[in-house]
Ligand binder design. Structure first.
Ligand code: NAP
Length: 249
């Protein structure tokens, strides 16, 4: 059950969809969805699963339902052993009512292309995934991956996030949900391409040396405006922030 912080009334699925639906699907937008502990840990023992709960899992499914493409770094696909991207039957039905295909497409960003074409996220995909890489990526791996995915070149020697997103938009994927990880999200923020952050705060203190939701080179300060904070039964807080464009920041 999810409610507003100042209310005991449960939000319905329709309420929650309305709280996250893009106002205009034709305007390209990049939304990130991440989960962190109260002290900022982004993983426990190398994966994020222990940070989430049932409400968070539902939130992930809801945000995927609202997306045209789910963008993820290869590090996360490998660490989390990603499943093929599929939304459940009720969410497929909702997508049909909106004139959307049954499932969003999975787009994986990789420089080295250390992705096994037989990995379930690729080989068992319902919608042919996209692998976004650069022109200098190993040619043999590129060829191998084309058996299971569309390989898109976005940059000469590294993946340029702006080109990657333009390539997705050119294919009709305007609403992009970035599921991390921290390196990919850092590159997107550094290029000032993040429009929205949905951060689930897990009611846990973890300690240790886990990284934050954003990694990589210092990206400057990007001010975000809060849109809402919702609370789940298990104590998760579901925050939604929008990019505030402020000159000089
Ligand atoms: N808490 C959360 O919400 C959450 C979400 C996602 C992940 N995670 C955690 O984050 C960890 C993985 O972190 P990560 O930073 O390695 O994951 P990542 O950002 O998913 O993957 C990094 C990889 O993305 C590829 N890449 C290609 N071009 C890039 C570019 N321009 N900028 C950045 N990356 C580019 C590279 O793949 P190649 O190496 O193939 O070249 C790079 O090694 C795991 O522990 C995972 O559980 C947590």
């Amino acid at each position: 059950m999810i409610r507003r912080l100042d209310s005991t009334a449960e939000l319905t699925e329709d309420d929650l969809v309305a709280a996250y639906a893009p106002s205009d699907r034709s305007i390209p937008a990049v939304r990130a969805n991440m989960v962190s502990s109260l002290d900022g840990a982004v993983e426990v023992l190398g994966i994020s699963k222990a940070l989430g709960d049932t409400d968070d899992k539902q939130m992930l499914g809801r945000l995927r339902m609202l997306a045209d493409a789910v963008l993820v770094g290869a590090g996360t696909v490998r660490a989390e052993n990603y499943n093929p991207l599929r939304v459940g039957p009720e969410r497929q039905a909702w997508r049909r009512t909106q004139g959307l295909p049954d499932h969003p497409v999975l787009a994986i960003v990789s420089s080295r292309l250390e992705l096994d074409p037989s990995h379930r996220s690729l080989a068992e995909a319902t919608v042919r995934p996209i692998v976004i890489t650069h022109a200098a990526a190993p040619a043999d791996r590129r060829t191998a991956l084309t058996t299971v995915a569309d390989v898109v070149i976005a940059g000469e020697r590294e993946v340029d996030p702006a080109v990657a997103l333009a390539e997705l938009n050119a294919r009709g994927f305007a609403q992009v949900l970035c599921e991390g990880g921290p390196a990919l999200l850092g590159a997107i923020i550094a290029a000032d391409l993040l429009d929205e952050l949905c951060l689930s705060l897990s009611p846990l203190l973890i300690g240790g040396v886990s990284g934050r939701i954003v990694a990589g080179v210092a990206a400057g300060m990007h001010r975000m405006s809060p849109v809402h904070v919702l609370q789940g039964d298990g104590g998760m807080l579901f925050t939604r922030y929008r990019r505030e464009k402020v000159a000089g920041l």
